[in-house]
Structure formats: structure tokens, C-alpha cells
Design a protein around this ligand. Structure first.
Ligand SMILES: C[C@](O)(CO)[C@H](O)COP(=O)(O)OP(=O)(O)OC[C@H]1O[C@@H](n2ccc(N)nc2=O)[C@H](O)[C@@H]1O
Ligand SMILES: Nc1ncnc2c1ncn2[C@@H]1O[C@H](COP(=O)(O)OP(=O)(O)OP(=O)(O)O)[C@@H](O)[C@H]1O
Length: 289
């Protein structure tokens, strides 16, 4: 059995430039890996099947699973005759805006590259990942990146300043397609300052990073689910240095410089929200292996 780590991501910025003729949105976002991870176990099979095993009843165990789709894309592209059993030990909350399914797919690609002795480059794996979903390419690399296109064009960035991250997920799931669908790109939309975020990361400035976070999808999800706004308020009240919704939500993250403050926020939020985590930014690519 080969085990591969599949970490979650958060979006430090998420900007939407315009809607494309293919229905996707052209985005510009700064994404970074955090140390909350699923564990993927890969075992070769004697037959040709791709089999998904998970104790979590919300994880699809068929072709709908993004890890299944990743294995299938690789198997078909390189005409592999061997099957694989993929066990998914879920730690990342589902439908949360943390790219859990995408990261499982990415980890499956990295692991099967080894198990099937394919010797593919990380760039080739990321290209194959884009066929499975827009977030999968970033998850193949991990670390910190500026993502463009529909999210699959990845430019590596240096690690953001180390800090604590408190994650709080309200007990609702959000459909990414629905959130993008609800976005009205008119003059009322507040766009994040991506250039300022890039500079903050370049300078290693925690306070500038806090000043530059922003997500255009936030107001869409907040309108659909007012409980997300309440969690944001609570997190600010308990003293997070910066608070934002990740991806299409509904998870809210708080960036916190000091550990004791992170513990206070965690304890405060536990009363309001079932799923709360105190974790760290991972930041670097090679932290994945
Ligand atoms: C919200 C983010 O998670 C931020 O990182 C991503 O942009 C979404 O990435 P994802 O979940 O991998 O998205 P996909 O599975 O490729 O697409 C799901 C749906 O979201 C919408 N979608 C996604 C990405 C994008 N750039 N524009 C879109 O409009 C489309 O309706 C698409 O049918
Ligand atoms: N390996 C997987 N783990 C969890 N959910 C999966 C997986 N594969 C497919 N899914 C399906 O995908 C849906 C979205 O789950 P996921 O956890 O990937 O969302 P997300 O974190 O919001 O993703 P993103 O941030 O990329 O938009 C789930 O409702 C589930 O049915």
C-alpha cells in the first residue's frame, strides 16, 4: 500500500475577471496549502477496476469521486491495464471550499505516477489534473501559487509568512457551480488587490498579507447563507488578524500571528460551530512529499 498526503488549500485572494464563452470564469487567485490533510492509500489490483473505499458516507464510491476520475484519466491516457484500490481517509470537510476532493485527485495522480512507474513530470500530472477539475492542478503542486485561467494555470510563489489558521465550517455544503452562477460582475463588486497580496508575500509581511486578502465569491455565498457572516463576525470578535471565506465557501478562515490568540478563537468558535480546526499554513511545495 502506498500512502499519499492530500492537503487542503485556502484562497488568500480570489478574483473573477469575466465569464468565458465556455461557461467557466476567468480567475486570478492566490492559493496556499494548509496542514489539514486527507490520507490516500493506493493498492494495485489483479483486475482492471478502479475501486474507491471510504468510511465516510458522504464520499462517493464510484465515478463521481474525483480520485476515481483522476485514476481513470491517467489509466486511459497511458493505456494502463492494471487496476487500483483507492482508500480515502477523510479529514478535510466535504463541500467546504477547501478543495478536498481536488486534493484527493491530485494525490492519486502523484501516487499512481509512482505505482504505475510512469515517470511523468509534475507539470504533466498538473495538466492531466485540469481534466478532472479547475483546482486539481494547484493541488498537484501544492505550496503557494498564483492561479489564472479557470484556475489551472499555475505560477509558483514563495511561502507566505508563517502563521496560524483557524478554520470554521458551518454545517452546510455549498455548490461551487451555484456560487459562480450567482456572481454578478457589475460595478458593485469589490475586487481583491492581487498585486498587493503578491507584494506582501514577496516581502514576507504578515500585516500586508492580512490587509490584502479578499474573495469576490464571498458576498454571493454570504447572501445565500447568512450563518457564514455570523461566523466571520465571531472570528473577528475573538481577535483574528484577518478573516475571509475560502473558495466558494462556506468555510471561513482566520489568519492569526500568535498561537495563544489562535487557541482563544478556536475555543470561542467551538460553541457556535461544530467543525473548527487550528492549523498552520504549509506554504512550501516540497512539504507535500
Ligand atoms: C472556488 C474554487 O475552489 C477556488 O479555488 C475554484 O475556482 C473551483 O474549483 P473546482 O471546484 O475544481 O471547480 P470545477 O470542478 O472545475 O468546476 C465546478 C463548477 O464551478 C464553476 N467554475 C469553476 C471554476 C471557474 N474558474 N469558473 C467557474 O465558473 C463552473 O460552473 C463549474 O461547472
Ligand atoms: N474525494 C472526494 N472527497 C470529497 N468529496 C468528493 C470527492 N470526490 C467527489 N466528491 C464530491 O464533490 C463534492 C464537493 O466536495 P469537495 O470537498 O471537493 O468540495 P470543495 O472543498 O468545496 O471543493 P473546491 O474548493 O475545489 O470547490 C462533494 O459533495 C462530493 O459529492
Amino acid at each position: 500500500m502506498l500512502y499519499v498526503k492530500a492537503p487542503a488549500k485556502i484562497n488568500l485572494t480570489l478574483d473573477v475577471l469575466h465569464k468565458r464563452p465556455d461557461g467557466y470564469h476567468e480567475v486570478e487567485m492566490v492559493m496556499t496549502t494548509v496542514d489539514l490533510a486527507d490520507r490516500i492509500g493506493l493498492e494495485l489490483r489483479d483486475d482492471e477496476e478502479i475501486v474507491i473505499l471510504s468510511a465516510d458516507r458522504f464520499v462517493p464510491d464510484d465515478h463521481r469521486n474525483l480520485a476515481y476520475q483522476a485514476a481513470k484519466v491517467l489509466k486511459d491516457a497511458y493505456n494502463i491495464k492494471q487496476g487500483v484500490s483507492i482508500s480515502i481517509d477523510k479529514e478535510i470537510p466535504i463541500a467546504a471550499g477547501l478543495a478536498g476532493g481536488s486534493s484527493d485527485a491530485a494525490a492519486t495522480l502523484r501516487g499512481l505516477n509512482e505505482l504505475w512507474n510512469l515517470n511523468l513530470s509534475i507539470d504533466t500530472l498538473a495538466e492531466l489534473g485540469a481534466k478532472v477539475g479547475s483546482d486539481v492542478s494547484f493541488c498537484v503542486y501544492g505550496g503557494t501559487a498564483l492561479a489564472k485561467g479557470r484556475g489551472e494555470k499555475i505560477q509558483e510563489l514563495s511561502s507566505p509568512p508563517a502563521c496560524w489558521v483557524v478554520l470554521a465550517k458551518p454545517s452546510i455544503g455549498v455548490s461551487t457551480a451555484e456560487v459562480y452562477g450567482g456572481l454578478k460582475l457589475d460595478e458593485t463588486v469589490e475586487h481583491p488587490n492581487t498585486a498587493a497580496m503578491l507584494q506582501a508575500i514577496e516581502e514576507g509581511s504578515f500585516s500586508k498579507m492580512c490587509d490584502s486578502i479578499g474573495n469576490v465569491l464571498e458576498s454571493v455565498t454570504l447572501n445565500m447563507h447568512p450563518e457564514v457572516a455570523i461566523i466571520k463576525e465571531q472570528m473577528k470578535r475573538f481577535g483574528a488578524d484577518a478573516v475571509l471565506m475560502s473558495g466558494s465557501g462556506p468555510t471561513v478562515f482566520g489568519l492569526v500571528e500568535h498561537e495563544a490568540r489562535a487557541a482563544r478563537i478556536y475555543n470561542g468558535l467551538k460553541g457556535f460551530c461544530e467543525e473548527v480546526y487550528t492549523i498552520r499554513l504549509v506554504g512550501e511545495r516540497n512539504a507535500l512529499v
